[in-house]
Structure formats: structure tokens, C-alpha cells
Design a protein around this ligand. Structure first.
Ligand code: SF4
Length: 749
């Protein structure tokens, strides 16, 4: 069904390239290093890259996109003038399905509400050779794990939990759409060579503890920033006690500590999973080079020499964890959780338990949680909280149904939602009596930021394993510890729940479910991509105009931002999600969260044409309509957060020529360059203070724009005085060519 999972002769080429890498580096290698160096775009560029500082260019093997981010990625790809994607790619319709009453009705609603988006994604997939997974087929990362991931491979995905595929020994990295386009058009893809965090797992997983607890504990150690610009690589004897899907759970949630990705070595469990999911040929080929799909023995023996940081977790001693509320790194072992709940006065009653998301919705997850639900039914225990289950894929759902794993949940009143993200991304029409009341929910998801699941700031959201979700749902309170406590049944009898049990993979094999994958046409040249001219959700991208060859003079100051200005401040998510495929409509949210340094208000800036104040996007539009370009001035780390390219495309679309900041977040700086913007930094940060609200601004030196050569900023103040100072940039010649062409995509045609 799926074509081209493994590039031709992949493992023989992998071994050959690895031998070359060894001859250059001449030292033992970790697994992550092997895969990264093997995937360098140009083997002639092989050298010892400095981890954490040097940039390198890579050639990933494939791309995956979810429906919310795929829209802008594919709109950009369409402008690249290619007839097919350069590497196998896939689109997954999972984010736009709202969980409300149950799988069947919710899917029907999604197909109606999102029809034009789905039609667009299907037609563009058919045209350009992309696999299209329709709504209900599953969540992107589960589908990738079941169908596309392979040991030793490298992929990018337009979603931050792409690292899920690290459970099958793949370097899988979440990126913005513009980066995905680089890979899809066959351009080198740039990444800072990541640092390496080695996590040694000793002992064996047992009892109530599950793979989720490894990453919940690690999140407490590393915090939400501790993995930034690093790959987390697992090794040690404990690895062999984890199933492939359990490893995927751990890698998935590495995103919550900011890691570039996470990875496990190839082993028998990897091969077992590959065989069970119809990829026995890949399992055999990978097994033949197994030594090259794990860290070298020297690195495992003395990890402190080869990893930048080493952490050890003993699985024998690992307890179940419950993390939250509001942040995934608030890590609590269950033995301490009751005390914490009481001390912090968290709402004790659990109102809803949710199992699902790309993190924890595998066959093993459902099998073990079902064993607890079955005990409840057999012992006449009444469940106290509501229960919702969203399977990770149709393959898992159909198999779980066949094997009687869904029935125990339904028997105690559980609701089975569509195989989609649903509540995990706020697509949950939660029925609640009193949204003002503080309340607790427990889920097997990965993120628990305020409002993420149900939009309600009064919801205290705790993330834990599916086993604990089920047990706490039965008890209906956070203070229940199934390892030590009993639970009363309807007859008043105290019941002690037994440890969860379940197969990691179905003994009879996976059921023959409808895959939900529509394969592309062999020749898509005659396929017309469907975008209605009056659509409010989709809009074809018009190429950005090339540079006119002159210095920028008389730019209006659109906004001088104060303090933090993340991609969320620049292009908000939430209700704006529906416009992710419509640049003009989503541009209405431009910088609406940024604080104006002159009045300390958000979304209220001076219109220099008439002295009035208006929304940032409105003022930008007015200026643009009068043929006046503008500039944004900002403080440090402008554009941190998500990699969404809308934050660079929107100002470009509304006539902003440059962002002048104290510093940039790396991905956003690249995104600005790709969209043909100037990303400049104050040579002297104190010059930020010289910029006045009514200034007009020149950027001089563009006719000699060259790598390493600063540009000049000239401020024209309204009192007739002027100030000039230097602005630095990090453009290389290729990026200057993007600027001159109008954007990187214009260069590809
Ligand atoms: S299930 Fe949640 S975390 Fe996973 S891809 Fe969907 S929204 Fe993202």
C-alpha cells in the first residue's frame, strides 16, 4: 500500500557512508551522530561539527504533515514549480476533527465543516505524489510509526511531536512548513548540530509503571527547556524491557523538554513491531546492520565522554508519575502526589479521564488500560468520572475492537471518539455544568498548558499513563493510589486493583482495517488543485515581489515591541487555526499579542498618516494601500516558540520590509530570510532606545549587501534631527539571493 518506505539500497548506502564518516571523525559514535552524519546533504562536507554551535545541511528521507500545518506548507510548495515532491511525503487529517459526541458523528461533522480544506489537501497530494490520510485514519505520529518510520532513517514533520518515530530508531524532527518545503523540493535542510543527552536506562519496567513514567520523570529533571538544541539518546539494559510503541511514547514527549528529537537503538522489539506492521523486509535488513543502528560499545561503556550530559534512570525503582497541572514538567511520583494535591489544594475530584493522543494510544496502551476497566466491570465498581478514549489509528481501533479491548470501556460508560487529536489540541466540545468551577482532568496526553484541552482556564490538567488515567477515573479522585489503596464497589466491598496486563502487540496480528490512505496519481500533471476564489480558509499564494534594487527609504515604524515577542505574539493560534491556509485572513492577527513600547498596550499602534491608533494589521494594511512600506523594531529573542512560518509571512504580506531586533530566535530568523524579509540586529543594543514612535527609517547599504557587512539604519525624527547606527545581519550569499529574488521559493523556479 505505501510506496517507497525505504529508499533504494538504504542500508548498504548507510553502511558505506558511515564508514566514510568514521574515517573522518576517527572516534566512537553515538547512534544519533551516526544517523545525522550519514544524512549530511553533501558527503564532502563531512567534518567534526561542533555540537550546539555549528550548522550543517541534511538530506532527510521523508516528510510528514498534519492538516493544520500542511496547508501553508503545501501552498508554498505549489509555488516552487515542481511536479513531484523530492522525497516521499504524507498528509494526515487529524487536527481538525472536533471531539463532541462520538467517532461516527464527529467524523461526519468534520467532513462537512472542513470539506474545502480536506478537498484541497487531497487534490494537492494527488497532484504532487503525496500520500493522503483521510480524517479518521489516525493521528499523524501513530500512522507514521505504523507505516513509514524505519531504523536509521531521518525525517522531518510539520508538528512538534514528530520525534515519536525515534521509537523505531529514526531521527525525526519537528519543523515549520517552510523547512518541510526545503526537503520536499530537494534543497539542503539546515540544522544546528544538536548536543547529545544520553539517558541510561537500567533495571526493567514492571508493575504499574509504564514507559510514560520514564519521560514524565525526565521532564521533571530537565524541565521544559532542558533539552533545547539537544537529541536525547537512550541506551542501557532497561531499553530491552520496553516495547517499540512504549519507546515512541518516550520519544514523543521529549518535545516537552524542548529536545530537537529523541531516539532509541534498534533491537528485537523494534524488529517485532516492524514485522507486526507489515515491514518484515525492513526488520531483516535493519537486523543485518544492527551494530550500526545503536551507539558504539565505547560510547555506552563511557557515556560521559561521548554525550554532553548523562542521566540514569533505574526502571526497577521508577514509580508511576502524574505531572501537572498547567505544565508537563511539574513531575510528581505517585507516592508523593496525594500530599502535593492536599498541600496545593488542587481540585481533588477527577471529572474526566482521557486516553488518547499520539503519545499514548497504541495497542499496548489500550490493552493494559482495558485490563483495569475489565476488573472494574467484573467487580461491580462504578466509575466515578467521565471517560473518553481516542484511539491512535484505525489499525489500532479495529484491532482493539476485534480483541475485545474497547468493550470494557464502553461497559463502564466510556465514550469512544474518532481516531484523531480531538481534546489534545483543544478540539473538544466538553459538556460541563459549571465552567467557572475549578476542576481536574487526567489524560494520557503530552501537554497540559492552561486551556489546551477544553479552553477553560479553570481546568487543572494532569498528564499520566493510560493505566493511571483509568484507575483515577474509576476512583474519581486525584488522591487515589492504586498501588496501595482499595476502591469500594457498589456493594460496599473494598477491591484492590491488580497490576495492569496486556499484550504489547496483538497475538492474532493487526485486524484488516481500512487504511484510510489515498495514494497519489502516477501522473498528477492534469490534476487541478481546488481552491475556491472566494474561500475564507484557503488562498493561493502570490509570489512575493523581488527587491527593487534600491535602499529602503522612508519606512514607517509599524510597532516597536517591548519585552517578549514570540511567534504566538506575532501570529496567535486558537481561533486563528482555521485560517492557516489563508494568508490574507490570518494576517489580520499580525502582532496582536505584542506589546507596543510607546503605550504598553497590545494591538494598539500609531497610524502615522493621521495620528490615530489602530490594530497592528489595520495600520499595516493602510500603509500598504498608500504604497508605504514599514519596519518592526523589537527586543531580544524575537520569534521564539513555534516554527510556524505565518509569523514571517504575515508581515511580509502586509508590507513590512525588515525586523530590527536586539536578537532573534534561530528558526524564526531563518523563516524571515526565507520569506525575503530583512532580519537585522542592532550592532549596539542601546540604539533600540533611539527609535521614536513617529520616526521614519531608512535602511542603507543594500546595494552592497554582502555577507558579514553591516547595513546602516538612519532615523528621521519629526523634529528634523537624524540618528544613524549600524545593523548587523547573518545573511550568507545564498540568503542574500533569496532577499533579492523576493523569497527563497522564487529562487527555485
Ligand atoms: S495528538 Fe496532540 S500532541 Fe499529538 S499530534 Fe495531535 S495535537 Fe499534537
Amino acid at each position: 500500500m505505501q510506496n517507497n518506505i525505504l529508499p533504494q539500497n538504504f542500508y548498504s548506502a548507510y553502511q558505506k557512508r558511515l564508514a566514510e564518516v568514521r574515517s573522518h571523525l576517527n572516534r566512537p559514535l553515538t547512534l544519533a551522530e551516526k544517523i545525522l552524519y550519514v544524512h549530511l546533504f553533501d558527503s564532502k562536507e563531512t567534518k567534526a561539527y561542533q555540537r550546539g554551535s555549528d550548522y550543517a545541511y541534511f538530506a532527510p528521507d521523508r516528510v510528514a504533515m498534519q492538516d493544520a500545518t500542511a496547508q501553508m506548507a503545501l501552498l508554498q510548495f505549489m509555488n516552487a514549480g515542481k511536479s513531484k515532491t523530492a522525497v516521499p511525503s504524507s498528509v494526515h487529517c487529524d487536527h481538525l476533527v472536533t471531539a463532541k459526541v462520538g467517532a461516527s458523528d464527529d467524523l461526519h461533522s468534520a467532513n462537512v465543516t472542513n470539506k474545502e480544506v480536506y478537498d484541497f489537501l487531497l487534490s494537492v497530494s494527488q497532484k504532487y505524489g503525496i500520500d493522503f490520510w483521510k480524517p479518521g485514519a489516525g493521528i499523524i505520529h501513530q500512522v507514521v510509526l505504523e507505516n513509514y518510520a524505519f531504523p536509521g532513517g531521518m525525517m522531518v514533520g510539520t508538528d512538534s511531536h514528530t520525534p515519536n518515530a525515534g521509537g523505531l530508531s529514526m531521527v525525526a524532527i519537528g519543523v515549520g512548513g517552510a523547512d518541510a518545503v526545503d526537503v520536499m523540493v530537494g534543497m539542503p535542510w539546515e540544522l544546528k548540530m544538536p548536543k547529545l543527552i544520553g539517558v541510561k536506562l537500567s533495571g526493567r519496567m514492571n508493575g504499574w509503571t509504564s514507559p510514560k513514567d520514564v519521560i514524565l520523570k525526565l521532564a521533571g529533571i530537565l524541565t521544559v527547556k532542558g533539552g533545547t538544541n539537544a537529541i536525547i539518546e537512550y541506551f542501557g539494559e532497561g531499553v530491552s524491557s520496553l516495547s517499540a510503541t512504549g519507546k515512541a511514547t518516550i520519544c514523543n514527549m521529549g518535545a516537552e523538554v524542548g529536545a530537537t528529537t529523541s531516539i532509541f537503538p534498534f533491537d528485537e522489539k523494534t524488529a517485532y513491531y516492524l514485522k507486526a506492521t507489515g515491514r518484515a523486509d525492513i526488520a531483516e535488513q535493519a537486523a543485518a546492520v544492527a551494530a550500526d543502528l545503536q551507539a558504539d560499545a565505547e560510547a555506552i561503556a563511557a557515556p560521559e565522554k561521548y554525550y554532553d550530559r548523562v542521566i540514569e534512570i533505574n526502571l526497577d525503582e521508577l514509580e508511576p508519575y502524574i505531572n501537572g497541572p498547567f505544565t508537563p514538567d511539574a513531575a510528581h511520583p505517585i507516592s508523593e502526589f496525594v500530599k502535593i494535591v492536599k498541600e496545593k489544594n488542587y481540585p481533588e475530584t477527577v471529572e474526566v479521564g482521557l486516553i488518547g493522543s499520539c503519545t499514548n494510544s497504541s495497542y499496548e496502551d489500550l490493552a493494559k488500560a482495558a485490563s483495569i476497566a475489565r476488573q472494574a466491570n467484573e467487580n461491580n465498581i462504578e466509575t466515578k468520572a467521565k471517560f473518553i478514549l481516542s484511539p491512535g489509528s484505525e489499525k489500532v481501533r479495529a484491532t482493539a475492537e476485534r480483541d475485545g479491548l474497547l468493550a470494557p470501556f464502553e461497559q463502564f460508560g466510556g465514550l469512544i471518539m474518532a481516531n484523531a487529536c480531538g481534546p489534545c489540541i483543544g478540539q473538544w466540545k466538553r459538556q460541563t455544568d459549571d465552567p467557572q468551577a475549578l476542576n481536574s482532568i487526567v489524560s494520557s496526553f503530552n501537554r497540559n498548558f492552561a486551556k489546551r484541552a477544553d479552553g477553560n482556564p479553570n481546568t487543572y490538567h494532569f498528564v499520566t499513563s493510560p493505566n493511571l488515567v483509568t484507575a483515577l477515573t474509576l476512583a474519581g479522585r486525584l488522591t487515589f493510589n492504586p498501588l496501595t489503596d482499595t476502591i469500594f464497589n457498589k456493594d460496599g466491598k473494598a477491591i484492590k486493583l491488580q497490576e495492569p496486563e496486556g499484550d504489547e502487540l496483538p497475538q492474532q496480528g493487526f485486524a484488516q482495517a481500512e487504511s484510510g490512505c489515498l495514494q497519489p496519481s502516477a501522473d498528477g500533471s492534469s490534476i487541478e488543485v481546488k481552491i475556491a476564489p472566494d474561500s475564507q480558509r484557503l488562498q493561493k499564494l502570490q509570489p512575493f515581489a523581488p527587491w527593487d534594487g534600491n535602499d529602503y527609504k522612508g519606512l514607517a515604524l509599524l510597532i516597536k515591541t517591548q519585552g517578549k515577542c514570540t511567534t504566538d505574539h506575532i501570529s496567535m493560534a486558537g481561533e486563528w487555526l482555521r485560517f492557516r491556509g489563508h494568508l490574507e485572513n490570518i494576517s489580520d492577527n499580525l502582532l496582536m499579542g505584542a506589546v507596543n513600547a510607546f503605550n504598553e498596550k497590545t494591538n494598539e499602534v500609531l497610524n502615522p498618516l493621521d495620528g490615530s491608533y489602530g490594530k497592528v494589521s489595520q495600520v499595516a494594511k493602510t500603509l500598504k494601500s498608500k504604497g508605504i512600506s514599514s519596519i518592526v523594531v523589537a527586543e531580544d529573542n524575537y520569534g521564539e516558540g513555534s516554527s510556524r512560518e505565518h509569523a514571517a509571512m504575515e508581515p511580509r504580506f502586509l508590507g513590512v520590509k525588515a525586523i530590527l531586533s536586539k536578537s532573534f530566535a534561530r528558526i524564526h530568523e531563518t523563516n524571515l530570510k526565507k520569506q525575503g524579509m530583512l532580519a537585522l540586529t542592532f550592532a549596539n543594543a542601546a540604539d533600540y532606545d533611539q527609535v521614536k514612535e513617529t520616526d521614519t527609517i531608512d535602511i542603507l547599504g543594500l546595494t552592497e549587501f554582502a555577507p558579514g557587512k553591516p547595513l546602516t539604519i538612519k532615523l528621521h525624527h519629526t523634529d528634523g534631527s537624524e540618528d544613524s547606527f549600524a545593523a548587523n545581519h547573518t545573511y550568507n550569499q545564498e540568503q542574500i539571493d533569496w532577499f533579492k529574488a523576493g523569497c527563497a521559493l522564487n529562487m527555485m523556479k
